[in-house]
Design a protein around this ligand. Structure first.
Ligand SMILES: [Zn+2]
Ligand SMILES: [Zn+2]
Length: 236
């Protein structure tokens, strides 16, 4: 009933393929685009540290991609692979602080089925002041709030800040260049709240892992016990 009213009142085109979106819960992507999106089921073999997709067949022992060996976080997990419905949902979230019910459910369940159950505090990857002013909100904070509301885990959006306005996805930057560009970009404002804590860092996309690693490095320098990372999508 609600969906029918929605389709009449707000006929919405899928931002991925252009067909109409029939369910309010699907957000900006249609059912077909959601079905085409690779959502991690938990049975495929992913890197036990960064969550990179390794193979469809399950593995009986922990597997590693080794590209993430130097990263400072303990483990990272994502809802699925960047593409189709996840891509357009994330692009939409950068424009409007909105997450559709379908994606909310996937995100919360990804956390609940993860090995991150000891988390004591949720920390969004911060935006610089300048970028936050331009956008009006931090998309990572929107995701953090959803998770904190569902799990009742404390949310701390103030202790970790971004100092410099770092270019996020500069084309042609290799892993090392990205790591250098985020080094010293973050700062812990309230180290007392961080010390001894097991922290879940939240962001929309995990690309090279340099941003998450930069945040984890400074959090650990300030005494964080463990740092896990949860994102909506992981790029290939
Ligand atoms: Zn579509
Ligand atoms: Zn890895």
């Amino acid at each position: 009933m609600l969906d029918a009213m929605f389709a009449v009142a707000y006929p919405q085109a899928c931002q991925s393929c252009g067909n109409s979106v029939e369910r309010l819960a699907d957000g900006v992507a249609c059912g077909d685009c959601w079905r085409a999106t690779k959502i991690f089921s938990g049975t495929e073999a992913l890197c036990a540290k960064c969550g990179a997709f390794l193979q469809t067949e399950p593995s009986n022992y922990p597997t590693f991609c080794h590209r993430c060996d130097e990263h400072f976080y303990d483990a990272a997990s994502a809802v699925g692979e960047y593409g189709h419905a996840l891509t357009v949902s994330i692009l939409h979230l950068k424009r409007e602080p909105f997450v559709a019910a379908r994606l909310k459910k996937l995100f919360v369940s990804r956390f609940q089925t993860s090995v991150f159950q000891a988390v004591e505090m949720i920390v969004p990857v911060p935006l610089s002041k300048k970028r936050k002013l331009e956008r009006g909100f931090n998309q990572a904070a929107v995701l953090s709030k959803i998770l904190a509301d569902r799990t009742k885990i404390n949310l701390d959006g103030q202790s970790l800040v971004r100092r410099l306005d770092t270019p996020m996805h500069r084309v042609g930057m290799d892993g090392k260049a990205r790591a250098m560009s985020v080094k010293n970009a973050f700062e812990v404002k309230r180290p007392k709240l961080i010390a001894g804590k097991t922290i879940l860092l939240v962001d929309d996309v995990f690309t090279s892992g340099a941003t998450a690693s930069g945040c984890a490095e400074i959090l650990k320098q300030n005494g964080a016990e463990k740092v896990y990372v949860l994102t909506l999508a992981k790029t290939l």
